[in-house]
Design a protein around this ligand. Structure first.
Ligand SMILES: [Zn+2]
Length: 63
């Protein structure tokens, strides 16, 4: 099942969307994103929790 992590759920207005089957890989890529784009060099536990909560199952585009 493909998962996605929308940065806008954590940082409003950011268009970044991470997609992949492995939540740990998503989180690793996302932490690189927040470091590079949002200048967060040491993510707080709160930020990590927000990111975990933001991960969803990717919805099919057809209904
Ligand atoms: Zn972002």
């Amino acid at each position: 099942m493909t998962k996605e992590l929308r940065c806008e759920d954590v940082f409003q207005g950011c268009p970044y969307v991470g997609v992949g089957p492995d939540i740990r890989e998503l989180m690793r890529e996302y932490m690189e994103h927040v470091r590079d784009v949002h200048r967060v060099t040491s993510p707080t536990p709160e930020l990590r929790i927000q990111a975990m909560v933001a991960v969803r199952e990717r919805q099919a585009q057809v209904d």
